[in-house]
Design a protein around this ligand. Sequence first.
Ligand code: ZN
Ligand code: ZN
Length: 391
Amino acid sequence: MSLCLQSECRKLLSHKGEHDPYPSSAWAFMGAKDKDKLSKAGFATPRGGAKGAYQNHVLRSNKVIVPYERFRQAPLESYEDGYVIRLFPYQYFDGPGKVKADFSLPGAPQIGINAFVLYRTHDQLVSLPPLPEWRIRSLALNGQPVSERIAGAVDSGEFVLRIAALGAYAARIEGPPQGIFAPEYATENTNYLAKCMLAWLTAHTVDSPYVAAQAHHLQIILQEAGLFHPVEWEAMGLLRSGHTSCPLCMKHIKYAELHDQISFAEENSLLNASEQVENSTRSTVVNLFHLVPLTYSDIEHIPQNVAWGHAICNTKLGQRKCYPLAELISEGAKVGIVDETGVISTFGWIAQNLEMIRSPAGAVWIRIVEDHLSAEEQATIADFLEQYREQ
Ligand SMILES: [Zn+2]
Ligand SMILES: [Zn+2]
């Protein structure tokens, strides 16, 4: 079995029909539920929701919104499908009609060209109103207005309204969605390869209804892209003894967990999570998992960084890197308990930056708050504790 590779085609050699660099035929052997889960993994999650002028239910390879406060750190040149900078009125104006001096400097965002202003409240609209010549953002294709962001559609206008109703004031939702959440961006090619990776891992879950031979097309696509490294995946924790595993807790992932919904008890612990998606139905037990968190500074939805992991583990991990055991052993340090006589019993390895400890038996400790007290504050606490003990 080998790939066609004509015009970068990833279909199998001597295939019928047109060449295709991104053929879904590689996972055609899967059931509808699995295909659906893969396709969702290729979509940007509407985390900010419509109120941030974000676009829902679209592929990751789409125009992104870069918040002005992230503009300097975002990898702008990597957004192959375009970007637009979002500013709040207070970021752009010093007062009514008074644009901040920063925006006349070279390289500053230009409203209406590569940036827009988002109004979220009636109050903002009154206190820092749009400039007289500004228009609501709109989309056009060949000069004709369109309502969807389709290929070739061009944005114009300077501002967008996402204002909720307040007392006697009605809601005002004007201007189309401007793009997706930038940290979720992926090019069409990386998005496709990430899907291949996830499909391969689906086929290798415990009790999966598929056999390894069915995943062979996926394997050669990943091999061709230099991405097929099962031994490395074992060291990274997304595979264990040939079966898919959760990179955080290292438990094997059962096929059914890809589709079973989490229990109500587990759901309660997810409600606190910042990643909880608005209006979403209950989460499945196992979800898309990024080994390195998605950030504004890099593009991290890449095949080398995706796995299937427990929704609960994802929540516990938060915006932290999931350090593999192998990495802690090779780069971290041993940690142990010192008893009264000075005897040390080691029980795990800690990351160099002290963010995570793992035991070889699977336990994980995560630092949830960093050191932040001054020497003076620490001394005050030490004094208090001394008095407290004496009482
Ligand atoms: Zn072909
Ligand atoms: Zn887990």
